[in-house]
Write a protein that binds this ligand. Structure first.
Ligand code: B12
Length: 433
């Protein structure tokens, strides 16, 4: 064969070797938007009277180009109330999310950020986090997921923050990226988004350039990306089902830091779509956190003029679609082993209706013996959060909490969502993170 005849063949061969999952194109195609419908239904049909979830949802929907007036109105009401009446109770990350949701895609509500001086207030809350770290052995008031949200919001909306402080506190070895010995993918992913924003501002000269800081931040991003990728499972999920969307966002913005062969984005996307079809994202927060990545968006698009092109038309959204209620299996009962572990372990065998969630087991055990199994909880946007058992209460400064486990393995859902099974060994363990 003459050399000129071989060329097209060589070209074809090379082309076929190029991996098909370039990250820029790893998003759900328009003809597959129907597969995202369960996420939208979850978000639209919830009745947001708790915590931050309406903010998460509005941020997510607007970022992908979907505007839902009734939700927006509800969120603005919530925000006004929060800012006027309980700002001291609003955590730094909650305020950061409020700013991101108000400012996303330069919508008319953006003015509220400035009318209420929310950026100044976030700067103060961020400073309080740093002060708490100084006073409490490096532990912030909240957590590093929220500190990353703070830096991200300050970076995107031109707030003041010290790059040196960011370099100082966001080293990849920092204990706050871990819960126990487990690297928190959600936390690492949010940090990559924040650090990427800071680095881009340094490079574009928006923040006083300092080559040393920028170099350090790049090293941090690379290391965090490695940690995120090392949590990739065989089926493509990164961390667990609920951290994968945010991990995808982090990997989208950091593709210079890993090789194409390190991540099969399409596999991750397909697994998430399968999980959606199996009803995994039934909590509006989980739906809100996963949606942007599936539509190729990241939090770094929040203040881009070009983003947020309306996608509503592609979804045929209606807020009064019937809610799909799964009928209970039957009125049969199951029995589970429940234990509370502090230093000692306290056991109970508990009978509950088939289809019950973990919380029902805890309530039943409490009725059986209030001294041993008595507990308190707080209603959060994610559902009930277990705060105290036997009067022993979780404490952020001590990094203690009540951990939920099944068969000795930590659960990836809360007490209000996790459906228990017959014969299961359930445990609530006094733990340190
Ligand atoms: C930090 C964090 C924690 C910290 C919270 C304390 C602290 N220092 O802040 C610790 C380590 C204690 C924790 C515990 C748990 N967590 Co957690 N946590 C997070 C994380 C990384 C950030 C939350 C946050 O600050 N958000 C920003 C602020 C503005 O929102 P917020 O709603 O006000 O945040 C508060 C609540 O979310 C609450 N919280 C944290 N986790 C959970 C989990 C549940 C079920 C509830 C009801 C509340 C809650 O603490 C936050 C700070 O006050 C998220 C990751 C994510 N993707 O969101 C996971 C996340 C929310 N946690 C999760 C889980 C599963 C748990 C546990 C059930 C794990 C377990 N096996 O025990 C326990 C809760 C058990 C209980 N006692 O009820 C899941 C929830 C998934 C789901 N489908 O419900 C997430 C999404 C992580 C994941 N990818 O799996 N968590």
């Amino acid at each position: 064969m003459r050399q000129s005849q071989q060329l097209p063949l060589v070209g074809l061969l090379l082309f076929s070797l190029i991996p098909s999952q370039l990250c820029e194109i790893c998003e759900v195609s328009e003809e597959n938007y129907i597969r995202l419908k369960p996420l939208l239904n979850t978000m639209i049909q919830s009745n947001y009277n708790r915590g931050t979830s309406a903010v998460n949802v509005v941020l997510s929907l607007k970022l992908v180009g979907i505007q839902i007036q009734t939700l927006m109105k509800k969120m603005i009401q919530q925000i006004k109330y929060n800012v006027k009446s309980r700002l001291s109770d609003v955590s730094s990350g909650e305020l950061a999310l409020i700013i991101l949701a108000l400012g996303v895609c330069h919508n008319p509500e953006e003015n509220l950020i400035y009318d209420y001086h929310l950026i100044d207030k976030l700067e103060n809350k961020f400073q309080a986090e740093i002060e708490n770290m100084e006073a409490h052995n490096g532990t912030p008031l909240t957590n590093y997921y929220q500190l990353s949200l703070d830096v991200l919001a300050l970076c995107l909306f031109n707030g003041n923050y010290s790059t040196a402080e960011v370099v100082n506190h966001f080293t990849p070895e920092n204990k706050n990226y871990y819960f126990g010995s487990q690297f928190s993918v959600d936390t690492g992913a949010m940090a990559v988004l924040a650090l990427t924003c800071v680095n881009r501002s340094l490079i574009n000269g928006q923040v006083k350039a300092d080559e040393g800081n920028s170099k350090n931040i790049s090293i941090y991003i690379k290391s965090l990306v490695e940690k995120i990728l090392s949590e990739k499972k065989e089926n493509g999920l990164i961390g667990n089902t609920f951290s994968t969307g945010e991990a995808m966002q982090a990997l989208f913005v950091s593709s210079d830091y890993y090789n194409e062969s390190d991540w099969n984005c399409q596999q991750t996307l397909n697994t998430v779509l399968t999980e959606i079809s199996q009803g995994a994202f039934s909590n509006p927060n989980t739906a809100a956190q996963v949606l942007p990545a599936l539509m190729g968006k990241t939090f770094l698009d929040i203040n881009k003029d070009s983003s947020c092109v309306s996608a509503s038309g592609n979804f045929n959204i209606s807020s009064d679609e019937p809610v799909t209620v799964t009928p209970p299996d039957s009125q049969s009962y199951i029995s589970v082993n429940y234990s509370v572990r502090i230093n000692e372990t306290y056991f109970a065998n508990v009978t509950v209706l088939n289809g019950s969630v973990f919380l029902r087991v805890m309530e039943k055990a409490q009725k059986m013996n209030d001294t041993i199994f008595g507990f308190t909880m707080e209603e959060r946007s994610w559902g009930p959060y277990i705060t105290c058992i036997q009067g022993l209460c979780a404490n952020n400064n001590d990094r203690t909490y009540w951990e939920l486990l099944s068969g000795g393995e930590p659960l990836s859902q809360g007490a209000g969502s996790y459906v228990v099974h017959n014969g299961e060994n359930l445990e609530v363990r006094w733990s340190k993170y």
